[in-house]
Design a protein around this ligand. Structure first.
Ligand code: NI
Length: 162
């Protein structure tokens, strides 16, 4: 396994639409292992392949039990409810924004061996599914946020409200 470099906002790769995975081979397995290691190292809850410069429909999301879910060719097949909250991205370091997402999301995807499965998530996991899948179509959360804040600005807002 190896750590990959996470690319950041402004890199045109992040705006591209990723291609589906067709081969469930060692190369895909190495990619998934590296993504999990890179995600853990960055202390994140989700990572999409384009964030490490790979234009394939692959993402990893950390679930509510802290386990990584490997998603290959994922699609959202059901969503319900709504949640509005702060969101950030490893590719947009130091900036956070308020984004409205579904409260519950079901994703259909393939695992690293090509087997199709479905997985549901609520709250932060649902938010993460939406966020990571958007990366695969070249979209960042910053497109959905009204305003972006730095951690210092968030602290100041919290203090003002307490
Ligand atoms: Ni992101």
């Amino acid at each position: 396994m190896a750590l990959r470099t996470i690319i950041t906002e402004g890199d045109p790769v992040l705006a591209k639409v990723c291609r589906p995975v067709e081969k469930f081979d060692d190369r895909l397995h190495i990619l998934l292992d590296d993504m999990k290691e890179t995600l853990a190292d960055a202390n994140g809850v989700g990572l999409a392949a384009p964030q490490i410069g790979i234009l394939r429909r692959v993402a990893v999301v950390i679930d509510a039990e802290d386990n990584p879910i490997e998603l290959v060719n994922p699609v959202i097949i059901h969503e319900e409810g709504e949640q509005t909250g702060l969101e950030g991205c490893l590719s947009v370091p130091g900036k956070y924004g308020v984004v409205t997402r579904p409260m519950k999301v079901t994703v259909r995807a393939q695992d690293r061996n090509g087997n199709t499965f479905e997985v549901s998530g609520e709250e932060i996991t649902a938010r993460c599914f939406c966020h990571e899948l958007a990366h695969l179509d070249g979209h960042l959360f910053t497109e959905l946020a009204q305003e972006l804040y730095t951690p210092d600005e968030l602290d100041a807002m919290e203090e003002a409200n307490s």
